[in-house]
Design a protein around this ligand. Structure first.
Ligand SMILES: Nc1ncnc2c1ncn2[C@@H]1O[C@H](COP(=O)(O)OP(=O)(O)OP(=O)(O)O)[C@@H](O)[C@H]1O
Length: 254
């Protein structure tokens, strides 16, 4: 099976700090790959480099066979790699459904000017966007809140809306930065089911940064561990749980 994403020898330097040092990883189609490591290990920086929010100091990022390093985030998103952030970033004063419509407009660079003329083609496109938004709201259990202001949703619901906002753009790779942070155990279980459902029924690959080890060990096909910016281990959940270097890095943390 060819790799959807191939990252080789990724390096990111901030002044004197080598935040990411020689990290390599790959994600295959329909795989859930988690990146774990102690606080400050460089996980979010790896995400930022892959998704075009930082230009890496060195290394290669190849997505669907094409080099991505140096491209801006919005172009990488258009290639089919979309992400969420550690802190919820919704348009809080817009309604839930508006958040999904705007995401699709931004993604498709839909010609808004045409809207003023209300051509039949435009109306048809608008209906498609609306149908897709409703479909994903239903999938993440938020359809009944479609017209509520996004900022008024409970935190766990906002997290699910963020995932729906990614999914309306029909990505190949969904990158989630600490999606379970701040969720209660029930919400985490729903998130676990949602992520597996996205992979199994919608064919997306998922990359995950997460501190909730129950979630990571339960859903990951493959895990990459980084420590102080450098690769420490990679393997299946069982291999990672049994790896003495990983255990040491985690026990050494507290
Ligand atoms: N824009 C930046 N400028 C300077 N240093 C940065 C920047 N972003 C991250 N760093 C530093 O790089 C290192 C790695 O940070 P990063 O946020 O990637 O770690 P992390 O593994 O995601 O941590 P956490 O689990 O706590 O979110 C840290 O020392 C951090 O202070």
């Amino acid at each position: 099976m060819t790799n959807l994403l191939e990252v080789k020898d990724l390096t990111m330097r901030f002044g004197g700090l080598l935040a990411v040092n020689g990290v390599s990883l790959s994600v295959k189609e329909k795989q859930i790959v988690s990146v774990i490591g102690p606080n400050g290990a460089g996980k979010t920086t790896v995400f930022n480099c892959i998704s075009g929010f930082y230009i890496p100091t060195g290394g290669d990022v190849v997505f669907q066979g094409r080099p991505m390093q140096g491209k801006p985030g919005h172009l990488i998103a258009r290639e089919g790699m979309v992400r969420t952030f550690q802190n919820v970033r919704l348009f809080k004063e817009m309604t839930v459904i508006e958040n999904l419509l705007v995401a699709q407009h931004m993604h498709a660079e839909h010609n808004l000017l045409k809207g003023f003329f209300l051509t039949p083609g435009y109306r048809k496109k608008e209906k498609e966007l609306m149908d897709r938004a409703a479909h994903w709201l239903d999938r993440v259990g938020l359809l009944e809140f479609a017209n509520r202001e996004a900022g008024n949703l409970a935190y766990g619901q906002q997290r699910r809306l963020e995932i729906a906002r990614c999914m309306v753009t029909e990505p190949k790779l969904l990158m989630l930065d600490e999606p379970a942070a701040g969720l209660n155990p029930n919400e985490t279980k729903e998130l676990d089911e949602l992520i597996m459902h996205l992979r199994d029924d919608h064919g997306v690959s998922v990359m995950l940064i997460e501190h909730d080890m129950g979630l990571v060990m339960g859903i990951s096909d493959h895990i990459v561990v980084i420590n102080q910016g450098a690769p420490l281990a990679s393997g299946t959940p069982a291999e990672i749980q049994a790896n003495p270097d990983v255990i040491k890095a985690y026990l050494g943390e507290d």
